[in-house]
Design a protein around this ligand. Structure first.
Ligand code: PMP
Length: 457
């Protein structure tokens, strides 16, 4: 039997998956024991619920991570192509970040007062992304939330436009999708929405300029929140001119445009925004810019800064919905200062991007050799394969190409051979510490995997 366009024999797949599960259990007795203990006080035995979704019967417990590798508690070395889903895109514990953070740790972690590092960080971000003013949070989620709040405040409108199958962190307004009649509705398993997302959100497909214009023309939209290329439903690249059309329509309808570069920073030191000379009103980024230390930030134009300054009262500024006691703390500022200046450099991308291409070439060769009807997408230091013959143009197409069981199998096969992929995708990310040998290890593993998978398909 085959499902979708994957042409994979399901019985064969299920037998292979059983074999890999058994091998996983056999190789990892210490992780298994820790998982058992973890269940006593953490549901699912994990510190965050989504960690139960990793393939295998329990998560791999990490002993130490360094550069592009980590070792689990069973002593197995892994090539890490997940890199904390971009949180560790600059490698695990980069030396410059560790030095700066170590120094700051004994000089005060958080005080509610600024440190001098904040000046260098905001100036560096301004130069990197072309937006003059910056504010800081601890997560990209919070940065998105704050940008949305300001957009509502400045426009006096309520709705947010997002792309179908987007992900921008745990932001209430974004857990919406299009139903079969192309109406906005709650995304499957949206947990505890405050109100139906149809009240807060209008969803459009990526690369659908006409659909976007229709959504904006109603006159009630405060903000468009976008990734300039989708990265959370596989990689979906913009058609030529799409991001520029989004900007034009935002201007035409007086809507605030927020570019979320949290993942698309993989395109280069200034993300897609700088690479393609885009001009959002806000830019959000988190995860990688602190080398793994929690931090997030949002930048905005001088016009936005001026409108905010004129409309927010000093007396209420701490309880107006923009905040976070630990935001802008000395530790995350020190981490960002060192990471942005010394680690996340053009030179680093000059190393990372050719490696991602080499990884993608290796995957493509295996796909070609087996005739699997799959395709590859590339975005700077990131690449991904998907189970459809042609690249998806929007989130719906990308979601339709998904195959959960097949994905679990491919990830588990890789994990059993010491390679960690980004979960919930077939994605690989390169860091400055990743080597050609790491990429070649994946290429060999993947070719053998596909050979076996399709040998009876
Ligand atoms: N924006 C994008 C594009 C993301 O992919 C994510 C997380 N994957 C976030 C924001 C939220 O980041 P965090 O979970 O660190 O808040």
């Amino acid at each position: 039997m085959t499902v979708g366009s994957t042409s994979v024999d399901r019985g064969h797949l299920s037998a292979l998956l059983d074999r890999e599960r058994a091998a996983f259990r056999a190789a990892r007795p210490r992780s298994a024991a820790l998982a058992e203990r973890s269940r006593q006080h953490m549901p699912g035995g994990v510190p965050m619920s989504w960690m139960v979704k990793w393939p295998g019967d329990f998560p791999v417990f990490v002993d130490r991570a360094e550069g592009a590798h980590f070792t689990c508690v069973d002593g197995i070395d892994h090539v890490d192509l997940c890199l904390g889903d971009t949180g560790a895109m600059m490698g695990h514990s980069p030396a410059a970040t560790v030095a700066a953070v170590t120094e700051q740790l004994s000089r005060g972690i958080t005080t509610m007062l600024p440190t001098e590092d904040a000046i260098a960080v905001s100036a560096g971000l301004a130069e990197r992304f072309g937006l003059p003013f910056w504010q800081f949070t601890l997560t990209a989620t919070d940065a998105n939330r704050h940008a949305i709040r300001y957009a509502r405040h400045l426009t006096g409108r309520t709705k947010v436009v997002v792309h179908n199958f987007c992900y921008h962190g745990s932001v209430d307004e974004t857990f919406a999708t299009l139903d079969d009649d192309r109406r906005t509705t709650d995304r499957r398993n949206n947990i505890g929405p405050p109100v139906p997302t149809s009240e807060t959100t209008r969803v459009v497909e990526f690369n659908d300029v006409d659909g976007l214009e229709k959504a904006l023309a109603e006159g009630d939209v405060a903000a468009i929140l976008v990734e300039p290329a989708l990265t959370n439903i596989g990689i979906v690249l913009p058609d030529p001119g799409y991001n520029e059309a989004v900007r034009e329509l935002a201007t035409k309808y007086g809507v605030i445009l927020i570019n979320d570069e949290t993942h698309t920073i993989c395109a280069g030191p200034g993300g897609i925004t700088r690479r393609d000379n885009l001009h959002p009103d806000f830019l959000v980024i988190g995860k990688s810019i602190g080398g793994g230390i929690p931090c997030g930030t949002f930048g905005f134009t001088a016009e936005v800064a001026d409108r905010i300054a004129r409309s927010v009262e000093l007396e209420d500024i701490d309880v107006g919905g923009i905040g976070g006691t630990l935001a802008g703390n000395g530790l995350s500022m020190a981490a960002m200062q060192a990471t942005l200046e010394q680690v996340m450099t053009q030179q680093a991308f000059d190393h990372m991007i050719p490696l991602a291409d080499a990884w993608a070439d290796g995957v493509q060769a295996a796909i070609d050799a087996t005739g699997a009807p799959w395709h590859l997408s590339r975005l700077g230091a990131r690449a991904e394969y998907a189970f459809s013959a042609v690249p998806s143009r929007n989130g719906r197409e990308a979601a339709d190409a998904d195959d959960f069981e097949l994905q679990q199998y491919l990830h588990l096969y890789a994990l059993n051979r010491g390679i960690l992929l980004t979960p919930f995708h077939n994605m690989a990310l390169m860091s400055p510490a990743t080597t050609r040998a790491d990429v070649d290890a994946h290429t060999q593993m993947f070719a053998a995997c596909l050979d076996e998978l399709f040998s009876r398909g």
